[in-house]
Design a protein around this ligand. Structure first.
Ligand SMILES: *Cc1c(COP(=O)(O)O)cnc(C)c1O
Length: 544
């Protein structure tokens, strides 16, 4: 009986038969995926019909088989899951979702095969080692002193925001961990920052009423004058600012906050009002990878980037080289870093700060704090942790600094050309963000009104009419997403129409260049796709 069960596992002794058994299963998966691939389509095979009763049927039918299928039959069942799945080839341009590179795929596999628990180095030797390695490597990239910095992989950019908020509270109010959170703490972020902080304010118990949203500039970065004003108002009403979220690369528009400006203002306010440390977390989940250009030699230009690409990259450098000012930051490798979910690295400038949230050794009786092992992450919110530092490490050494520079520069190259082709093809489109891996654009039923919208020289009704025009276009394009999947967002930025009491968000379309297969020579296909579906649909509103 157990012999049969044992045959479902990797071998103990490394025998060849068991190895080839496993290899055969992998081959089945890879072959099936390859058979479903079509370079002209985004979807693997036919799309599932996600009708309203789709999940109800699944609920009705789901049952664990009394007698197991065995491994081979199970793998045959598994590969059916790929049918209709979106594949991350060049036709996926909706969001920053990468096709994981081969090194990171094998890194992930090794992580699973070793199945170390990254909670403790005795249990997760490989993950602990690579976690320390990537923490040092990325500290060097952003200008942290790796002898002082610390870091760990965690549950996404969201996790990094939550952990940093927790650190900020524990640092500013050392009693908060025992007594609960005082009622006068406040956090600040730009109105275009990710909802991660909103959720963390709820979860940490500060409450979202204590989240102050700062206006943004036309380039989608935080308006520093408004930040200063709002911090002062909070303090003068008895509040204590404990946390500022600087976003380096807003999720939809890639706005990049001026971190050294933010640091200057917080220092100035801290001194003026004699406050405890105000924690700054750089939410670099989206943009952080661009710090790979902090040490690029722009004059010699060893990778021969075009002038207009260099210009964008050197502007990025001017912002990303300030990252070291932040108390902590994050890299979402599963966005622009080309690795599988979830591979996020939370980095902290001064590792001793983690003591503020570390568990007392008495609270962790069964792991760590033993005579063996010297790495125990009792300051993370997770207990058991996956070893996602392994796929990150794999990707970093496989691509190297130059490989990442090539990929990241190509996003910009393609984005620049896309913008040009788009505006040539459509007289009624405005590109609505600065050059970035993501291009946001907005169609107008008649003449382009973007300048009027951002200067407030328009009525609310007109803005909403243009919004619904763009929403219809997004829905039309979405129907053909098995061919090419464009993104859209309901809140690219806020505008302030003449007759509106409150700000109105703009609806825009999104082209996110994130695939290594999205190159200059395939750009016409995107434009053709847009032309075909925007003109063939009955969208162009005629004058009455
Ligand atoms: C994506 C994103 C997040 C959330 O990251 P996850 O990895 O999805 O948890 C947070 N902030 C920004 C700016 C992001 O773009």
């Amino acid at each position: 009986m157990m012999r049969h069960i044992q045959s479902m596992y990797p071998s103990e002794d490394g025998n060849r038969e068991a190895r080839y058994e496993l290899l055969g299963l992998f081959e089945t998966v890879l072959t099936e995926l390859d058979q479903l691939k079509d370079p002209n389509k985004m979807t693997l095979g036919a799309e599932p019909n996600l009708s309203s009763n789709y999940y109800q049927n699944i609920i009705n039918e789901a049952v664990i088989p009394e007698k197991g299928f065995g491994t081979r039959k199970t793998v045959e069942e598994l590969v059916k899951l790929a049918e209709g799945h979106r594949f991350l080839n060049r036709h996926y341009v909706a969001n920053a979702t990468p096709l994981p590179n081969n090194a990171s795929i094998v890194g992930n596999l090794l992580m699973v095969l070793l199945n170390g628990n990254n909670l403790w180095d005795v249990d997760g030797t490989a993950a602990a080692k690579t976690e320390v390695q990537i923490t040092s490597m990325m500290s060097d990239i952003v200008g942290y002193d790796k002898q002082k910095s610390g870091g760990f992989t965690t549950w996404g950019g969201q996790g990094a925001v939550f952990q940093s908020l927790r650190l900020a509270i524990a640092t500013a109010c050392p009693e908060a961990n025992q007594k609960g959170i005082p009622q006068h703490l406040y956090a600040f972020c730009s109105e275009l920052s990710h909802f991660s902080l909103y959720k963390s304010m709820e979860a940490a118990g500060i409450g979202t009423d204590h989240l102050v949203r700062v206006k943004t500039n036309h380039d989608h970065s935080m308006d520093l004058t408004d930040l200063r004003e709002k911090m002062k108002v909070v303090i003068e009403n008895g509040g204590l600012p404990v946390y500022i979220l600087a976003t380096l690369g807003t999720t939809d528009t890639f706005g990049i906050d001026d971190l050294s400006g933010i640091k200057q203002i917080t220092d100035e306010i801290k001194t003026t009002y004699d406050l405890p440390h105000i924690y700054i977390h750089a939410d670099s989940a989206m943009g952080g990878m661009y710090s790979f250009f902090n040490k690029y030699h722009f004059e010699e230009n060893p990778l021969y980037f075009e002038n207009e690409v260099l210009e964008v990259l050197s502007h990025y450098k001017s912002r990303f080289q300030e990252l070291w000012h932040a108390d902590s930051l994050v890299f979402d490798f599963h966005k622009l870093g080309q690795t599988p979910y979830t591979t996020s690295l939370f980095l902290i400038k001064d590792r001793t700060a983690l003591q503020a949230v570390d568990l007392d050794p008495q609270e962790t009786p069964y792991v760590g704090n033993r005579g063996f092992g010297s790495y125990h992450t009792s300051y993370t919110l997770e207990c058991s942790r996956m070893g996602s530092s392994i796929p990150i490490y794999a990707s970093l050494i496989a691509l190297g600094v130059e490989g990442y520079q090539e990929i990241l520069a190509n996003y910009i190259r393609v984005s620049l050309a896309f913008r040009q082709k788009l505006t040539e093809a459509f007289p009624n489109v405005a590109v609505t963000n600065e050059v970035a891996p993501v291009t946001t654009f907005r169609f107008y039923p008649r003449e382009i009104r973007y300048a009027d919208e951002i200067s407030g020289n328009i009525t609310e009704k007109e803005v909403r009419e243009i919004n619904s025009y763009n929403e219809k276009i997004a829905e039309t394009l979405g129907r053909y997403r098995d061919q090419t999947y464009f993104g859209s967002t309901k809140k690219q930025r806020y505008v302030y129409p003449t007759d509106s009491p409150s700000p109105v968000p703009l609806y825009v379309e999104k082209f996110y260049c994130v695939s290594p297969y999205t190159t200059l020579d395939v750009l016409d296909d995107y434009i053709d796709f847009l032309k075909k579906h925007i003109h063939s649909s009955d969208l162009i509103m005629r004058e009455n």
